[in-house]
Design a protein around this ligand. Structure first.
Ligand code: 4AD
Ligand code: MG
Length: 464
């Protein structure tokens, strides 16, 4: 066995029969009789298993007893054309090494299908299931496709900080980072906590978005993107919110809001197309198991033009819909996902890019329209998801930006560096943020965001 090098299952399944091979992986199932055993072996390289045929007489009971669901083994033998249906080739076992046993009485992933809820409670083992193998391979493929997309367009990948003193979205949903003694924090004379004695000499938190630093990059490098974890302490226990999620944030000098929308639409379509071209085995599995319309929906998004709809028009459609919404609609309200989904799924039947929102429901940095009431924000709304992208053209005038910051009573001190972009060589610019897990919800057809990230962080849950 040692003279052979291991071949991954994905490659083995494409090999011509008639040569000695070595496979290593985890046993999915073992069946058979007293003469012959069939092992389905999976190594994570593909959703498909390689079948191992074991002539029981050559091995004996002792070793076969150890080969149970979940055990890790290495098998060498001849790759032969398979007699059975379902696979072209299989391995006729010559030597088997058991690397790790998995006690059938305690190993939690037995053959039968488990509910997604149960699998969430054993998130450390769920990558070994077909479902999570598929989701995690697609997650990888999408991350790769994102870097490929921007690299080909000449965008620079900018690493923005995770620890920051500024609240980009101004929503006050930040996780504080401190090394102060929480039992006995140092105090200033007036009794407030003395952050000058904290690790960074000031109050800091985990970032909610890399945008503000991304803008600095765009004002020098032209077109940048960030792709990293972001953190939000919003107490939203929904199938679409995580406290720790990954976000892709491109930021481009000289783009107006229309250029921004064009990029967002092209970007998402090219990612979905990449999945259709490169992840079909996994997509077919998810389509069959969870969502019979998945592949059709993915193909339809690639082939349709997204609707572009001003917020004010959207509100009129919702008001005229006759639909009973849990949250009532009127001009000025922030749209809930029930409203977004009505527009996308029922009214238009395709993705919608909504623009020109009331300024009071959007962040301080968005470019103000002439009407004094709305800003040049743009959200991309998707079937089954609601908001998948949030972005805008940015306010490039120092005067207007300062006025808005003052109006909102935001702390100027932590934003002086940001205002320098408008003080020195300011330029029209735009950007957006795509929630990576929201994209994955769409691409995999999973319905809970906890099932598209390996180790989800949600309120009251930070296991592993
Ligand atoms: O709309 P948001 O809050 O926009 C920003 O953070 C901007 N600074 C982005 C930019 O313009 N550079 O968030 C952007 C996207 C949302 O559309 C959504 O897809 C995702 O991030 N998102 C979340 N995903 C999972 N869990 C959460 N709690 C999320 N909050 C936002
Ligand atoms: Mg948003």
């Amino acid at each position: 066995m040692e003279t052979l090098t291991r071949t991954k299952v994905k490659a083995l399944l494409k090999e011509e029969p008639g040569k000695e091979v070595l496979a290593k992986g985890w046993v999915r199932t073992k069946r058979g009789n007293k003469n012959v055993a069939f092992i389905a072996l999976n190594d994570g390289s593909t959703i498909n298993n390689i079948q191992i045929v074991v002539d029981v007489a050559n091995f004996g009971d002792e070793i076969l007893k150890k080969i149970t669901t979940g055990a890790c083994i290495g098998v060498s033998g001849m790759l032969v054309a398979s007699m059975g249906s379902g696979q072209a080739v299989e391995i006729q076992a010559k030597e088997i090494t058991v690397y790790g046993e998995a006690d059938p009485n305690t190993y939690p992933l037995q053959k039968k299908g488990h509910s997604l809820e149960y699998l969430r409670s054993i998130a450390h083992l769920r990558p070994r299931t077909n479902t999570f193998g598929a989701v995690l391979r697609i997650r990888h493929a999408m991350a790769f496709a994102i870097h490929k997309y921007f690299n080909e367009k000449g965008f620079v990948y900018l690493h923005t900080p995770l620890i920051t003193a500024s609240d980009c979205e101004g929503a006050g949903e930040m996780f504080q980072v401190t090394t102060l003694d929480l039992q006995n924090p140092p105090r200033t004379q007036d009794g407030a906590i003395d952050y000058s004695q904290d690790f960074f000499g000031k109050q800091t938190s985990l970032t909610v978005s890399g945008q503000l630093e991304g803008e600095l990059g765009a004002m020098a490098l032209g077109e940048i993107y960030t792709f990293g974890p972001t953190f939000r302490a919003e107490n939203s226990n929904t199938p679409r919110h995580l406290a720790e999620f990954w976000m892709i944030e491109p930021e481009m000098a000289f783009y107006d809001v229309k250029d921004n929308m064009d990029l967002a639409e092209d970007f998402i379509k090219s990612l979905v197309k990449y999945a259709l071209e490169n992840c079909m085995d996994d997509l077919k599995f998810l389509n069959d198991m969870f969502d019979k319309e998945l592949i059709e929906r993915l193909e339809s998004v690639v082939g349709t033009e997204f609707v572009r709809l001003p917020y004010t028009e959207g509100i009129k459609i919702l008001e005229a819909s006759g639909e009973k919404f849990e949250f009532p609609v009127s001009w000025g309200v922030d749209l809930q996902s029930e409203h977004e989904r009505y527009l996308v799924e029922k009214h238009f039947g395709k993705p919608v890019i909504m623009t020109d929102y009331p300024k009071d429901i959007k962040a301080f940095y968005m470019k103000q329209n002439e009407d004094g009431k709305t800003v040049r924000g743009m959200d991309v709304l998707f079937p089954k998801i609601g908001e998948i992208i949030g972005g805008s053209e940015r306010e490039s005038s120092l005067e207007k930006l300062e006025a808005r910051i003052n109006e909102l009573g935001m702390g100027r001190e932590t934003l002086e560096w940001y205002l320098d972009t408008r003080r020195f060589g300011s330029a029209p610019h735009s950007g957006f943020g795509l929630g990576f897990e929201r994209l994955l919800l769409f691409v995999t057809g999973m319905s809970n965001i906890r099932d598209v990230i390996p180790f989800p962080r949600t309120p009251k849950n930070a296991e592993y």
